[in-house]
Design a protein around this ligand. Sequence first.
Ligand code: PAF
Length: 278
Amino acid sequence: MEIHASIPALRTALKGRSRIVFVPTMGNLHAGHITLMREARQHGDTVVASIFVNRLQFGPNEDFDKYPRTFAADCAQLEAAGVDVLFAPTETDLYPEPQQYQVDPPGIQNQLEGEFRPGHFRGVATVVLKLFNIVQPQIALFGKKDYQQLMILRNMTRQLALPIEIVGSDTVRADDGLALSSRNGYLTPDERQEAPRLSRVLAGIREAAAAGERDFAKLERAAVAELNAHGWRSDYVAIRRQSDLQTPEPGDRELVVLAASRLGTPRLIDNLEFQLPA
Ligand code: PAF
């Protein structure tokens, strides 16, 4: 695997390469990321990953400095997963001057995750557009675990006519249903036992909707009540339509239920797509 930190070096390395598939990350990789890398291989000829902890997407109360940096272990995993080129810029490489031009996603950036992480999606969209311009991939992969991020980036790519196909990759789960996340490492053994409740609650909503329940507000309230009764502190459980994460209108069938809730220290997020019958 070639590793490049500077933008010119990366551009030289990628010159003439065919069908570039790109998987951006912030490092601290787990099995979910590695599944993305292996999936990337099936979509093109050159798999490019990036590792960059993007200061722009961290809020003032989110600890950018404490974000785990595990570069050597990450490189070993990427190499084993068959990644061809790793772009690992320093902050000076990527932001040599203050990033004054930024991407301002529409109102959805202030809802759901955005309500609790103001400015987060502006930082994500800005760095991803910049990374797209540097790597110039034909395809880019993102995990569905960060569903709102995937939706915002998909819509940004379409509205700005970027010649990139965005592929959403299914969430990788532990055997008990818990979505893989680097935050799971902060759970105590007891909390780890409790943690799969989040995915069970989401599956319960999908089943209730399939059985005909259409009072979504009631389902959301019941889900929050169940989590909180078991020691969670929930930010939201929300049923939305997949395309733009707005509240479903009658006739909308492609839905997703998204949740964020704190169990002990870590704040876990998860979601589940589902389809209402015609
Ligand atoms: O999902 C992430 O790890 C980050 O938000 C991303 C897409 C790499 C942008 O910094």
